[in-house]
Design a protein around this ligand. Sequence first.
Ligand code: UT7
Length: 326
Amino acid sequence: MNEHVRSVVLGTGSVLPKRVMRNQDFAGIVETSDEWIRQRTGIAARHIAGEGETTVSLAEEAARRALAAAGLEPSDIDLIVLATATPDNTFPASAVQVQSRLGITHGFAFDVQAVCSGFVYALTTADLYVRSGMARRALVIGAETFSRLLDWEDRTTCVLFGDGAGAVVIEAREEPDGAARRGIIVSRLRSDGSHAEKLYVDGGPSTTGTVGHLRMQGREVFKHAVGMITDVIEASFEAAGVGPDDIDWFVPHQANRRIIDASAKKLGIAPEKVVVTVDQHGNTSAASIPLALDTAVRDGRITKGDLVLLEAMGGGFTWGACLIRW
Ligand code: UT7
């Protein structure tokens, strides 16, 4: 590992399916209300993939937008790490399908499966390859079509999730020492499989031979979420020698507005520094962080030199955080 090299973010991109489903559109599907969904989750709408829109097609478009933002061509990329729990096929990996659609025949590509923490896991993985010299420029993608895993008769889950994709391009750069040193500063990943039954899919190739449906004990997940999130962020702060006041933007996984607000409050991060998209996107699992990042980059909030904190928690349980000097 070359200590002088950092993985610097060069560009972001994202895409949402065309169809918007508002809370009111659940009328006639399950017994729920706009008021319940907004109060308990902060969600007002989510995008649902239509015919021809898949995890790979959304990932390809997000990747193309990130490449354009970075001023790069697909041929400049030698690694693709794609986080998803909803691949187009059991295999090959969605990452190699994106690689092929982009016309890239060199380098390597693979998927990462950490459900809602997938993007933090993928970014951390890509960062290690880039800093080790095994790759020079990586596309890191979070892409999901969770609508296709949902039980549309289960009101406790089907109102919560949405589809979409986001991507970032990172590049190995020799960054001069000092506080302004850009790139990924620190990452912390955690998992604890003893919580598997609280959030899982009841099917799979080696068990039922079917895709299955998402099952969640929402209250149980909620109970653990804030503690796990704040622990891993505090460990990241300590490793980087920074505190909540140093953070310019907090970009959390977008599962529930109440979890986001409680985590920011417990950490002492000011509300105006928190990027929230859950109201319009719902929970898009591994896509939620890169979707929120791209939103805040394109509307001018996140700019070069900002200290950005990412955090996620989800099925497994898995959880993690990344600190990036933009
Ligand atoms: O990204 C992966 C991580 N996932 C999460 O972070 C999800 C974490 N959990 C949550 O966000 C929340 O627990 C939920 C939003 C899933 C649920 O909120 P809650 O405040 O924990 O509600 P609850 O599960 O305790 O349910 C309260 C009531 C229940 O009725 P009773 O038993 O009190 O009569 C539910 O049956 O709300 C009922 N309910 C609904 N009512 C209307 C559950 N879903 C709905 C619904 N519409 N869609």
